[in-house]
Design a protein around this ligand. Structure first.
Ligand SMILES: C[S@@+](CC[C@H](N)C(=O)[O-])C[C@H]1O[C@@H](n2cnc3c(N)ncnc32)[C@H](O)[C@@H]1O
Length: 265
């Protein structure tokens, strides 16, 4: 990876149309003003036009599912101790997960719901200097965190993107691969998110989902309450949104998670 002025390449994309809307339970969003403090660090750009929102009601996720992430008083670094630990399947299996994305040098990949950016350095290496990695999250603290991480780990091809609960805030056709790990069940408007993901993907682009199984009688009680839908429902939702199911990849070490791959139709 080149060691040339990475700070020059690191920009926080914050499109006005993509700022987080006020929490809403009902009708189409009215994008609100910027979150406090965002404008000072954000590069302002016209950004992508907002996709028309069609999902009228919130997905059946727990009401507070993203509250801890959006709470600025809980520092992002604390989440590293929860997410980047050997007791977490997606952490121990991270190399197999990234291999399943089959990234080629020069490709553009978006990690939607990137959190602390566990996968970013592997994604960055896989696509190389000519590729691009978008680390996308609805939580400003995680976006700021991955920017620092990119600087520290010299990820010259990373762009941090502050998105919102209905849109990935990426330009149409701007990525080859979308990766969603442990975040699909956090989508408060999954139909809008899938529409936005599909729009961001170039024709023939890939979508890879890693998420928790949800099997009554087998899954832990906490997961049954936390995860909105099981694998079959998730697959059906994604197919209905204009993706072709490709396959499920067997990840050695997965006991509670699954990995499924789709192609944008
Ligand atoms: C459980 S964390 C997973 C983080 C990371 N993918 C990992 O596996 O370590 C879920 C992340 O999804 C983000 N998130 C929730 N809804 C989102 C949405 N609609 N778009 C983008 N990110 C979202 C949260 O802010 C949080 O960082």
């Amino acid at each position: 990876m080149s060691r040339t002025p990475y700070f020059a390449l690191l920009t926080l994309a914050l499109a006005p149309a993509c700022r987080r809307a006020e929490p809403s339970v009902g009708l189409a969003p009215a994008p609100s003003g910027p979150p406090a403090g965002a404008a000072a660090t954000a590069e302002q750009s016209p950004g992508p036009a907002p996709e028309p929102s069609q999902q009228m009601t919130r997905s059946a996720v727990p009401a507070d599912i993203n509250d801890q992430f959006l709470d600025a008083t809980k520092p992002a670094a604390e989440w590293e101790n929860r997410w980047e630990v050997e007791s977490r399947e997606v952490y121990t299996c991270r190399d197999q997960i990234v291999a399943a994305l089959a990234l080629q040098p020069g490709e553009r990949v978006a990690d939607i719901g990137t959190g602390t950016g566990l996968f970013l350095s592997s994604l960055s290496l896989a696509v190389g200097d000519k590729g691009k990695v978008y680390g996308v999250d609805i939580a400003e603290k995680f976006v700021a965190h991955i920017q620092k991480r990119a600087e520290k780990e010299q990820m010259t091809n990373l762009q941090a993107v502050l998105s919102n609960e209905r849109s990935v805030c990426l330009e149409p056709g701007s990525v080859d691969v979308v990766f969603v790990c442990d975040a699909y069940h956090h989508f408060e408007y999954h139909e809008d998110m899938l529409r936005s993901i599909r729009s961001a993907l170039a024709p023939g682009g890939r979508l890879v989902i890693v998420d928790f199984e949800r099997i009554p009688g087998k899954s832990r009680e906490w997961l049954l309450g936390h995860v909105r839908a099981g694998q079959e429902v998730v697959q059906a939702e994604i197919e209905a949104a204009g993706f072709r199911y490709l396959d499920e990849v067997a990840v050695q070490g997965f006991e509670e998670n699954y990995l499924i791959r789709f192609v944008r139709e």
